[in-house]
Each structure stands twice: as C-alpha cells, then as structure tokens.
Design a protein around this ligand. Structure first.
Ligand SMILES: [Ca+2]
Ligand SMILES: [Ca+2]
Length: 685
C-alpha cells in the first residue's frame, strides 16, 4: 500500500511541531517536496507561474534572462543555474491566461482553471501568488480555503509548489497582512517552500513602502523610488533601478525584489529537490494518449497497487472489433489486454467465461476508455465466476455501466481500479434473483475496489428517457446498486457527484434485498445524494424479502455532503456502522445517520458526525453510543474537497474510541493500535 503524500506531509508537519522528528537540519519542505517530485513524470525545467497582473507583467521574472548591471553576491551564480536548467520558454513565453496568469484574476479563477493548466503545462514547479484581487470581496477564511485547494491541486499533479505572499497594499494593509499570514500558514501545513514577498517588502521599507504617500508625489506611477507603485497596488519598477539587484536596488524596485525572491526560492528548490531526485530525460517517454486531464484525482485518495502481470492466454486488442471478438473466444483463465485508446462500443460487451480478466494494457485506468456513447448497457457479466475487470474507464452509458446478470449466477466478480463516469442509472448493477435457486445463484464474494465513480454533472431529463417527471423526476441514479449480495466488499473507492436532477437520487452505494455479510469500508464519498444505504424504506414483500440486510458493516468511510442520508440502515439485522467520519453541518434532512424499520441489533458507534446527531426512526433494538457529534469544519484538512483527515489531533477524538475487533485499521490502512480514535482517520497513537 502506497502512503498518500498529503498524509505524509501532514504527519511530517505534526511531528515537526511536536519535536518528535528531532533536529531538522533541512527545511521541512525538502523531504515533502521530494516525495511530490517523485511522482512527477513531465519535463524537467518547466516552471509555471500562477497569479494575477503582478505575475503576468513582463516586469516580473522575464528580465532575469539578461545580466543585471549590479547584483547581490551569489545572484549571478543563481541566475546562471536557472539559465541552464529552466526551459527557455518559461522566461516570457508562459505568460497569459492559458498559462495561469492574467490581470485582475483571483484564487477562484485559478481553481476553476488549474486542472487545465496542469494538464497542458505539466510543470515541474509552480509559483503561486494570488490574493491582491481577492482582497475586496473575499473573506480571509474563503481565501484560505481556495488557496489551500489550489496548492493541493498542484501537489497532486506532482508539481512542486513555491507559495508567495502578496505584497502590502495601500488602503487594505491589515487584510493584506492577514492574507500573507494565511499563505505562510498553508506553506507550513502543506510543507511547501515560501517566498515571502510581503515580509521582505516590509523588512526593506518598514515605514515607506507605499508609493501613494505624499513624499512620492510627482513621480510617475511605476517610477516611485519605493517598493509599491503610485497606484498603491502593484510593485514599482523605476527605470533608475531597472537593472539593479543590489541591496540598494532591491529597496527601490518592487518588481526586481519579487523576481529576486523568486529566483532564490527556485534555486533552493533546484538544489534541494530537483537535482537529487534522479532527473528523467526530458520528454523521452511516449506522450500519454489523450491525457485525461479532466479526471479528478487527489493525492490523498486511495491508490490501487498494480495487478500482477497476466499469466496464460493473453489476447491483445486495439480496436472495438477485436475486443468483441476476444470476448467471444477467450478461454477460461485468459486475459484480454486492451491497448491504450478510446473505444466506442456500439453494443453491450458480454463476458461469459470463467476466470477471465479484462484489463487495460498500461495499468493506467485513464489510458483505456470504453465509451458507450449513450447506449443502454456497456459491460455485462453472465453465468461466470472469478472474472476481473481492471485498469480502465467506462463512460457515457444511459442505464447500467457494469451489469451483473445475477439470475444466471455470477460469483466472485472483481472490479478493480476502474473509472465509471457519466453512467445515468447505475455504475454497477446487480439485478433481482428469482426465488427458485436464489441461494445458489445470488452474487457472492464480489469486490469493487479502488474505483472512481463520478459524473460531470447532476442527471438531467434526456440523459435517460426512462426517467421522467412522471416517475423518478430525473433522480433514478446511483453508483452501485446490488440486490441479494452476499459477502461483498466495497472498499477504497471514491464516489464523486453522483447526483439526481433535484439531488434526491440514490447516491453512492445501495445494497438491498436480503443482503448478507457485506463490508463497505475506506470509501470516500463526496457530494452524492446519499452515501451508503443498507436497505430501503420500501419492503418488496411480494419478492419474499423479509429483511434488507444482515450482518453488514460500514466502517472507516469519509462521507461529505450527502443531503438525503450519510448512512442509512433500513430493515436490517445485526449490522454495524463504526468509525465513519460524516460531514454536513447544514444537512437539509438532518440525516447524517438514519435508521428506519425494525433494525434490531444495529450498532452505531465511534463515528464522527460533523453535523446533526443520528436520526433513529426505528422501533427496533438499536445501540447508538460513543459518537462525537460536533461541527468539525475547522478541524478537517479540506472539508470542501471531502478530505476529512484531521489537521491536528483533537483531544475529543484521539484515543476516545472503544477497541472493537471489527476495526483494526483506519481509512489510510494505518493500524489503530490499542487506543483507537473516533472517526475514520486514526491521527494519534
Ligand atoms: Ca489512537
Ligand atoms: Ca490516518
């Protein structure tokens, strides 16, 4: 199991704060950035600058490509290093909105565009400075949330971040200082190097940085002989100190000061991180086919260990026709290996052979896309056991993405490291099993692991003509919906934006109709209408259903903003809801945990419920104990993005859970030890 880099970064920050890590010779960001850089697969020497006009201006950075008239000691050596190392185009070519910098822009703008920039530029290092244009209307808290998200995005891309504070600003001195504090705090918490333009400006001109002051009257805007121009907003750029990077020059030319600080920070990163990280030859690897830039991914999400290489018969396919052929002729135990590419399937692909593996050839699930283009069902399993589907994407399906023909007997199916995108009824569907031979046929011991289920948007009328204003109102949608499941494991998946038209859909995981001994664990569920449903309020008695779920467990999941219910137990027996972290302080239905019907023997314990307490609408024997019910918005790493890891160990969480045999590790697979914490994330041991 690979550890998650943000987790490591946070842990490292925590250890340093409490002094456990011992004397740190090097700044804490060095090991952290080495880890980030280890994931970097792009071109060495790429250096992107994300920012507003203070970044977009050619007065910043571009001028460093020419030798200055005067400079501080060591400056020229640093400059030469960068000249040799950095991609030439990054001196002046990477300017403009397509490169992440433009006048008047804000953190919010950056967050809506950063995925595109990162995909296109794939920079080895990113400099970030936003805030000057946020000062007017964005609260310090919002600014922090946005900036943190932006930094995390870049880190998740494998880009090393240099975070810069904004310069002081006339008329908004206090708020600019608060923004600078926020940037320092984020740099510290996420362990990224800081370029402190704000502090360095005040250090050099504590009392007269402000070019609007009376004593600078008579100078043209950028010609003022101090650090902030006559407009009170931008750094100055007086011609007299235009080529001067000496101590004197750096007191008089604001843009030069910023370029100088950036140069310093970049060279520090080069020396400490880039040169020691084992440089990859620039752009020698074949370019990934259609880099799926828009596919969400976060460094803290579970990462699937690679599957072993296929054994036995391997059929390599590189077209839709070959794929259908292979599915028809593959022998039991054989593998269909699909080359990287985008495959349009015009009909359902049936798997009917035991022990077959259908997998993407590269191991990267974004490289192989099976695209239904809106057909009803995409990949179906009929009368087969021990089938694996792995390392690929399925998308654009009207009804069922992976369809289990449960009435034919499908056992031990494994869906591993797949992306399931824009499927408008069910990503994984297991249908009704008729009463005759049900015990024999019902789907047993299946696993859905390390998958990403996501939709680009909420469902609309027209995605699926069967879902209309007369029946489901556009809300017939869910990620996994299986009936009569036995011994299933649904683990380490991410579910994102599985939403009905009015946000009253089925959401992420829906197990019902006499299910038994299933485990739902370590999943991350964000902005789905429901989180996990064991059962349903509706009891289909005509199908011989006496209970919906027996002996199932829901543990160690993160669930954020599931307005219809975080976890629902309805008509269950002896089920357990343990050590989940569920966050939605302003829950419209007040159902972070909801209990319905006779749910005898249900145990709801050791959860963190950041929002309203459990809603027990059941008449059964239910135990609700030792949950922390409290709005913890401020304590989570990034609740906006669904990251409910705790920033710091809270006394009311750490070691407050009962030791239970069912919960031995946490959402990160960290061992709980003898003193488990509440919620899904073990923080203190
Ligand atoms: Ca503990
Ligand atoms: Ca943990």
């Amino acid at each position: 199991m690979r550890l998650h880099s943000v987790g490591i970064i946070l842990l490292a920050a925590f250890l340093l704060q409490v002094g456990v890590a011992g004397a740190a010779e090097q700044p804490a960001w060095v090991p952290a950035m080495k880890k980030v850089h280890a994931d970097f697969k792009g071109k060495s020497g790429t250096f992107a600058h994300f920012g507003d006009s203070i970044t977009y201006s050619m007065a910043f950075w571009s001028s460093l490509q020419w030798k200055p008239a005067k400079a501080e000691d060591g400056f020229e050596e640093s400059r030469q290093k960068v000249l040799k190392y950095m991609l030439k185009d990054c001196w002046r070519g990477w300017k403009g909105p397509k490169y992440g910098n433009y006048s008047g822009k804000t953190v919010a703008w950056a967050n809506s565009n950063a995925d595109g920039w990162l995909a296109k530029l794939n920079p080895e290092v990113v400099l970030i400075m936003f805030g000057t244009n946020d000062l007017g209307g964005v609260s310090v808290e919002k600014y922090e949330e946005g900036l943190r998200k932006l930094v995390a995005r870049c880190l998740a891309n494998g880009s090393v971040v240099i975070l810069s504070t904004i310069p002081p600003r006339n008329g908004r001195e206090t708020k600019a200082a608060e923004y600078a504090k926020v940037a320092r705090k984020i740099a510290k918490e996420l362990n990224v190097p800081l370029s402190d333009f704000h502090a360095e400006s005040l250090k050099r001109r504590p009392d007269d940085w402000n070019g609007t002051a009376a004593k600078f009257k008579g100078y043209k805007t950028y010609e003022v002989p101090t650090l902030i121009a006559g407009d009170g907003v931008h750094p100055s750029n007086p011609a007299k100190w235009g080529r001067d990077f000496s101590a004197e020059g750096l007191r008089h030319n604001g843009f030069n000061l910023r370029s100088y600080l950036t140069l310093k920070a970049y060279v520090e990163v080069m020396d400490a991180v880039l040169s020691t990280a084992g440089k990859q030859p620039a752009a020698k690897k074949p370019a990934p086919i259609k880099k799926a830039s828009s596919v969400p991914d976060e460094s803290w999400w579970p990462k699937a260990p690679a599957l072993a290489a296929p054994k036995g018969q391997v059929i390599k396919v590189a077209s839709a026709g070959e794929l259908f052929d292979a599915a028809g002729k593959v022998r039991p135990g054989g593998t269909i290996s699909v080359a990287a590419g985008h495959y349009r399937l015009s009909r359902r692909l049936g798997i009917k052979t035991d022990r077959v593996t259908l997998r993407g050839a590269t191991g990267n699930r974004n490289d192989v896309i099976l695209d239904g283009g809106g057909i009803g069902e995409l990949v179906a399993f009929t009368a087969c056991s021990d089938v694996t589907v792995a390392d690929l994407t399925i998308q654009n399906v009207k009804w069922n993405g992976f369809k289990i023909d449960s009435e034919t007997g499908v056992q031990r199916l494994r869906i591993y490291n797949c992306v399931i995108r824009n499927v408008w009824q069910r990503g994984v569907k297991g249908v009704i099993v008729p009463e005759k031979d049900r015990r024999k046929l019902q789907p047993r011991d299946c696993r859905v692991e390390y998958c990403l289920f996501y939709n680009d948007r909420a469902k609309k009328y027209g995605d699926d003509e069967a879902d209309t204003a007369k029946n489901f109102g556009g809300n017939y949608i869910g990620a996994i919906d299986v009936m009569y499941a036995r011994g299933w494991t649904i683990s380490d998946n991410v579910f994102l934006r599985i939403q009905g038209r009015t946000r009253e859909g089925r959401g992420a995981i829906f197990l019902w109709h006499e299910i038994e001994d299933c485990a739902v664990e370590r999943n991350i569920i964000i902005d789905c209408d429901k989180g996990v449903s064991l059962g349903n309020s509706y009891m289909p008695k005509n199908r011989g259903v006496k209970l919906h779920a027996r002996r199932c467990i829901v543990r160690n999941n993160f669930i954020t903003r599931a307005p219809e219910a975080g976890v629902l137990a309805a008509h269950t027996s002896d089920c357990k809801i343990l050590n989940n972290t569920i966050h939605e302080p302003r829950s419209r239905m007040r159902r972070l945990v909801r209990i319905l019907g006779a749910s005898d023997g249900l145990m709801v314990a050791e959860n963190i419920l950041s929002g309203p307490p459990p809603r027990n609408e059941s008449g059964g024997k239910v135990t609700i104990e030792n949950n922390l019910v409290k709005n913890l918005t401020a304590a989570f790493v990034d609740p906006g993005a669904g990251n409910l890891h705790l920033k710091t160990p809270l006394a009311e969480v750490v070691d407050r859970a009962k030791t239970r045999p069912e919960v031995t590790d946490d959402i990160d697979r960290t061992k709980r030890g003898r003193k488990p914490d509440l919620g899904a994330d073990e923080v203190g041991r």
